[in-house]
Design a protein around this ligand. Structure first.
Ligand SMILES: [Ca+2]
Ligand SMILES: [Ca+2]
Length: 289
């Protein structure tokens, strides 16, 4: 460590000697890369609706999981990028539909769905960014996978309709076999005191049997998490990155957890200050302003 400090102190002199020609600008406190927001179960619920031959029934469940996002700015974001999500329903969904003609029952379907789950089909691959306007945003055509086991039992006209489509009157469907579908996510975001509170309203339609049975999964999931912040290298906050900042960088280098003030040098926002940050710091040097 002593050697490292000596090296960096010397590097300050070396780097800053040439600062008259440095062209870097102070970096803004941008978003520090993708981060996960755990779902608050107490505020989150997903509803599954099954519609068969024009009649529908629905049931809801609490949901667990997370949202993975990135913001363009840690304080006043104007754009959000989706990286991942996993919404898992904790309760069994129970559905029952009775088809009537002039008030006379002519068929039924009962269905249960267990381990229902919606996930982003390309985890880690950025989707967006999409603009945040007045705290609201919208993602369309989000590649979404669904999973879970749906068991159903149909009678009367529902059974006849299923059989006409080559489907049995009672069966078990693995939603994972339905492949990737396009869903949508409406949402809102508030960032206050470094904490982002995000509301996602995901929605997806899964056609179980063409022309006969459609399942819609939608709801509201809510979560909060600290927004990672990347430092701008300006230790004393005087609007420049110069020799004084470089000396402080030498002291902060290698500290973990970060000491107060040293956040300015965590230039990649990963919670520690190492050579990757040093490289970014050097590129941010502006000289005295
Ligand atoms: Ca400074
Ligand atoms: Ca770092």
């Amino acid at each position: 460590m002593v050697r490292t400090l000596f090296f960096l102190s010397a590097a300050c002199v070396f780097v800053l000697f040439g600062e008259a020609t440095a062209t870097g600008q102070p970096r803004q406190a941008g978003g520090g890369g993708p981060f996960e927001i755990p779902i608050d179960q107490s505020q989150s619920s997903i509803t599954v609706q099954l519609c068969v031959l024009g009649q529908c029934d629905s049931d809801s469940s609490p949901v667990v999981g997370f949202m993975g996002i990135e913001l363009d700015d840690a304080v006043q974001p104007t754009a959000i990028t989706l990286y991942d999500f996993d919404f898992s329903l904790t309760d069994t969904i129970d559905l029952f539909i009775e088809i009537t003609v002039f008030g006379i029952p002519v068929g039924t379907i009962s269905a249960t769905a267990i381990n229902l789950n919606m996930t982003y089909a390309n985890p880690g691959v950025p989707f967006g960014p999409t603009p945040i306007v007045d705290g609201a945003f919208s993602f369309a055509d989000v590649p979404t996978n669904t999973a879970g086991i749906v068991s159903y039992n149909a009678t009367g006209v529902v059974c006849v309709a299923l059989e006409s489509e080559g489907q049995p009157c009672a069966a078990t469907i693995n939603l994972a076999d339905q492949g990737t579908q396009m869903g949508s996510i409406e949402g809102t975001i508030v960032v206050e005191d470094g904490i982002a509170t995000v509301v996602f309203s995901p929605s997806i339609e899964v056609v179980l049997v063409e022309g006969v049975a459609v399942m819609t999964i939608d709801g509201t999931v809510v979560g909060s998490a600290p927004v990672p912040i990347v430092g701008d290298g300006d230790y004393e906050g005087d609007g420049d990155v110069d020799m004084a900042d470089c000396s402080a960088m030498s002291v902060c280098f290698g500290t973990s957890p970060l000491e107060a003030g040293c956040e300015a040098f965590d230039m990649d926002g990963n919670g520690m200050i190492d050579l990757a940050d040093w490289a970014l710091f050097v590129s941010a040097i502006t000289g005295p302003q």
